[in-house]
Design a protein around this ligand. Structure first.
Ligand SMILES: [Zn+2]
Length: 161
């Protein structure tokens, strides 16, 4: 599926993506584990006020939406590929098993969680994020660049004494 087609279908695809993210988040919040003390400290530095709400869940490979159109769209903008190591579904964070407890990756996904909160929910965040991926491309999308920079600054901060 190419980008002009995705653009044309964006308003139809977005609600499917929102629904998928919402159901994945529910599952992760049910099955996942809380952040460690260090990850919680990272979350606070990143700006999350309620790190206790966050859950991490390991998966052997990146999840695939059941809807074939959604699946193709996610692959086309590289939102989800076999190379996806982690994914923030608002307060639920998926980590590929071989990246489990990878501090830098978790910090990156926590910045996306903070972005969901800043935009005020799944729909407004995804609208902005997916449009950026469509127009700028992943990983040049500004929200992606913010995640990369903020996560690096958070985990390389001077140690509190
Ligand atoms: Zn990212």
């Amino acid at each position: 599926m190419d980008h002009p087609v995705l653009f044309a279908c964006f308003e139809k695809l977005l609600p499917l993506a929102v629904k998928w993210v919402g159901s994945m988040e529910k599952r992760i919040l049910r099955q996942g584990v809380p952040l460690t003390e260090l990850e919680t400290a990272d979350a606070r530095v990143i700006g999350l006020r309620e790190p206790d709400r966050i859950r991490l869940l390991p998966l052997s490979r990146a999840p695939v939406p059941n809807d074939p159109v959604l699946q193709a769209s996610a692959a086309a903008i590289r939102f989800l590929t076999p190379a996806t190591r982690g994914l923030a579904l608002r307060h639920g964070i998926l980590l590929r098993s071989d990246c489990w407890r990878d501090r830098g990756l978790i910090a990156h996904e926590l910045v996306h969680t903070a972005q969901y909160e800043r935009f005020g929910g799944i729909e407004p965040f995804l609208r902005q994020y997916l449009l950026e991926c469509l127009t700028e491309g992943y990983p040049r999308a500004p929200l992606e660049q913010e995640a990369i920079a903020t996560a690096a600054a958070a985990i390389h901060r001077p140690r509190e004494s």
